[in-house]
Design a protein around this ligand. Structure first.
Ligand code: NAP
Length: 302
């Protein structure tokens, strides 16, 4: 089993990363780095430099921090010769992730910019079905309650936090994975709370008849759906991609859940001395921020 260090013991580390590592035969959680969090029975560091210096036995670092502080940690880890996994979105800017990719290549380590939603269990079936088709229309509906999924996390509304695109980029990661040909953004409307720096809702229109409605104010049932029409064929991805209907029939699902699949992929990348850094979902978000019309809406408080 390969020793791994988790950095940033917040919501996603506790909810997903720790159980995925614990449940894998590939990995052993050998250390954590966090200012406040820890995992029972695992050596806990509060200083990243100290962990890197004292634990040469740990070759892999998984960064679960929010996107803004992540670059500095990733750069240090690569400089120390460690393989690196990045939570999504992989950074605060496109250029910093490209810089990390170059650093990793030079250092001869693996860099994995993860997109957990691409590993949702219905995504591979949708991709395979659409591979030889022409998508003629599509709709993303991604509506959830920010208070439920990011309780008290003000960073999502700070510059670099991406607002509603923090979850919305999950939909875009699926879209860019399953479409047989790329699309580009043509227009966007972004709704910014009057007291915040990032949007709480967005409507996007892409080439190829594809649109997206993203909203972080949805209470009650949560909606993470993508429907894609290819002529007479209909692909419906539901539950964040974990259910796939093809022409009304349930498709066969992938075996592993999202985070176990990410860690299995990381093990494969290291074995093959390769990296996986696809920025296409983040390019759509950057384009929305560049092209989007700005609406001011009611102030938001957690
Ligand atoms: P979070 O609960 O706020 O946790 C972030 C962790 O990083 C905490 O341990 C935190 O502080 C540490 N941290 C925060 N700001 C930092 C800074 N400036 N410098 C150093 N450490 C800092 O956030 P999260 O929900 O886990 O999200 C983290 C990443 O996972 C995001 O990119 C998010 O998009 C992604 N993600 C989240 C979810 C979700 O449902 N929440 C789902 C999938 C992916 P301490 O060091 O004080 O512990």
């Amino acid at each position: 089993m390969t020793p791994i260090c988790l950095v940033g013991i917040g919501k996603i580390a506790v909810d997903q990363h720790v159980p995925a590592i614990d449940g894998s035969a590939d990995w052993t959680l050998a250390a954590t780095v966090s200012r406040a969090g820890s995992v029972d029975g695992v050596p806990a560091y509060s200083d990243f430099d100290q962990m890197l210096a004292e634990r040469p036995d740990i070759p892999v670092i998984s960064l679960c921090l929010p996107p803004v502080p992540r670059y500095e940690y990733a750069a240090k880890a690569i400089a120390a010769g460690r393989h690196v996994m990045l939570e999504k979105p992989p950074g605060a800017t496109l250029a910093e992730v490209q810089a990390l990719e170059t650093m990793a290549q030079t250092a001869g380590v693996s860099l994995f910019a993860t997109w957990h939603s691409r590993m949702a269990r219905g995504v591979a079936a949708a991709k395979s079905f659409l591979a030889d088709k022409t998508v003629t229309a599509g709709k993303i509906t991604w509506k959830e309650d920010v208070r439920r999924w990011h309780p008290g996390q003000d960073w999502v509304f700070d510059p670099g936090g991406m607002g509603v695109f923090d979850p919305g980029i999950n939909a875009l990661s699926i879209l860019t994975e399953v479409l047989p040909a790329p699309v580009h953004l043509q227009s966007a409307t972004l709704s910014f709370p009057e007291n915040r720096q990032t949007p709480i809702a967005a409507d996007l229109r892409f080439s190829g008849g594809i649109s997206g409605a993203f909203d972080w104010r949805q209470e009650g049932p949560q909606t993470w759906d993508i429907t894609l029409q290819a002529g007479d064929d209909l692909v419906e991805l539901q539950e964040g991609g974990n259910r796939c209907m093809i022409n009304g029939q349930e498709a066969t699902l992938s075996e592993l859940d999202e985070y176990p699949a990410l860690y299995a992929r990381m093990a494969g990348l290291i074995k093959n001395s390769s990296s996986d850094v696809d920025l296409s979902p983040m390019i759509h978000v950057a384009d929305a921020m560049t092209l989007g019309q700005r609406n001011i809406v009611a102030a938001f408080a957690f």
